[in-house]
Design a protein around this ligand. Structure first.
Ligand code: SF4
Length: 463
């Protein structure tokens, strides 16, 4: 499962070719955003909750080493085995060794963006282990051999008719059937067999409570619980930023998470896993994979506050109209665009530019991450580090030169007014300016504002 394109503009261009899909995708996500707004407005202390969540995360990030150590001690005391992974490779190898040790060949996995980030599925499959994603949306994209396109709604880019065709092919449902209830029942039947046959279960972690050593996993389908309770081995994979100080803090985050994600008052299952049941094993793999580097970047460390609600994606006009796969990264949208360059600046240099900087992402973020400021700051870092496209760099150099001198500015204005009059299509709507393809300029004026102002002022001078 990999991304076809490694350029946001190119992938977005392809997504936009299917106008009907783009419109439907845009409307579907806007519907979720509106639902989030309505439910947030029913909570009188909503802004206070956001402030509190942000403050708890700030405090935890400032004391991350201590909280992680405390979490590890508590988890070990509960009978859980804790593993530390410096990067994706180490994470995948730890999971593989655990599975090999217990002879596991069939795995069920609930939603975990960390395992997507580490490309765990293809790694395990390469070693002869069957991994079945049990979240319905994730199972749909897995059967299509695609990555998820959204962190909360992994199959939001796929229509029910397409799911019908997919299930007909893989699960033997009736040809042409697209009723969501019928298709969901078929998926349930299919997944039940996988749960019963699984040797081990892998889950993600939404919150790791330092005070108790418990991990909390939030799902709407109960698939994490079913997997972890039926299998003999439960492996929970978490990034280092998932730790929170105490159980009391959960009240703040759980109220924000479901409302921001889907507009629900509460996620259906908020399951606390504290210790292995008798005769079973529980492991927690704690992963860095670039997070401490991000923590050390003063301007970007706040991005580690993210609780993966997806609200910034649902509101983003660029994400809604370009689809999650156009970000060619496990986490798409505005938050993905500020996390990805930390892992590989060259590979993800395009992402911070895939934004209008309207600031809507920061407005909806439940933990108050200044996402649009960080997008803007990444652009500066990437340009400084030599990762901006050559054309853009040259254009900015010329712009900087012209804008730093009033003489050059007014001369260029004169030339541009003449050229635009005669060659508007060439200059503005031509191949050299993709931004102008869908835009028309207003009629070009005869004179600049400055000339007009001087003219008007001289008319008013007393004779
Ligand atoms: S950055 Fe904020 S809005 Fe976006 S997914 Fe994370 S918590 Fe949600």
């Amino acid at each position: 499962m990999s991304f076809t394109h490694h350029s946001h503009p190119k992938a977005a261009h392809d997504f936009l070719k299917n106008t009907e899909r783009m419109k439907w995708h845009d409307d579907a996500l806007w519907f979720v955003r509106a639902k989030r707004d309505r439910i947030a407005q029913t909570v009188p202390d909503w802004e206070e909750l956001r402030n509190q969540a942000s403050a708890i995360k700030s405090h935890t990030l400032s004391n991350l080493d201590a909280y992680l150590q405390h979490f590890e001690e508590q988890a070990i005391a509960n009978g859980v085995t804790v593993h530390w992974a410096a990067d994706a490779n180490a994470h995948n190898n730890i999971v593989l060794q655990l599975l090999q040790k217990c002879g596991a060949k069939k795995i069920v996995k609930s939603k975990s963006m960390l395992t997507e980030e580490c490309h765990l599925n293809p790694f395990l499959e390469k070693h002869g282990i069957e991994v079945v994603d049990t979240d319905l949306g994730e199972r749909i994209v897995q059967l299509r051999k695609e990555p998820p396109s959204h962190i909360v709604l992994p199959a939001i880019h796929i229509k029910k008719e397409e799911v019908g065709e997919l299930f007909h092919e893989h699960l033997g449902t009736e040809a042409g059937a697209s009723d969501p209830q019928y298709l969901t029942a078929a998926a349930r039947e299919h997944l039940r067999q996988k749960f019963l046959a699984a040797d081990a279960a892998i889950t993600g972690v939404n919150f790791a409570v330092a005070e108790t050593g418990a991990v909390v996993v939030c799902t709407n389908e109960g698939n994490a619980d079913l997997g972890a309770h039926l299998a003999k081995v439960h492996i929970a994979c978490m990034g280092i930023e998932k730790v929170i100080p105490a159980t009391a803090d959960l009240g703040v985050f759980l109220r924000l998470l479901a409302r921001s994600a889907t507009g629900q008052a509460i996620t259906t299952y908020n399951s606390h896993f504290r210790k292995p049941a008798p005769g079973t094993e529980m492991h927690i793999v704690i992963v860095d994979n670039g997070r401490t580097t991000q923590l050390g970047r003063e301007a970007f460390r706040n991005s580690l506050k993210c609780i993966r609600c997806g609200a910034c994606m649902n509101t983003c006009p660029v994400y809604r109209r370009s689809g999650g796969h156009s970000y060619h990264n496990a986490v798409a949208g505005p938050i993905g665009a500020i996390l990805a360059p930390n892992i590989d600046m060259k590979e993800y240099a395009d992402l911070p530019f895939a934004s209008t900087l309207c600031g809507s992402c920061s407005d909806v973020c439940p933990v108050k991450i200044d996402i649009h400021n960080q997008l803007y700051q990444w652009r500066q870092v990437l340009t400084r580090e030599g990762h901006a496209p050559a054309g853009k760099k040259a254009a900015m150099k010329v712009m900087g030169n012209v804008l730093s001198s009033s003489g050059k500015y007014s001369f260029s204005g004169k030339v541009a007014r003449k050229l635009l009059k005669w060659f508007p299509r060439l200059a503005v709507n031509g191949r050299l300016n993709p931004w102008g393809k869908q835009r028309e300029l207003p009629e070009v004026p005869e004179q600049s504002f400055r000339e007009w102002y001087q003219q008007q002022s001289s008319k008013k001078q007393p004779k």
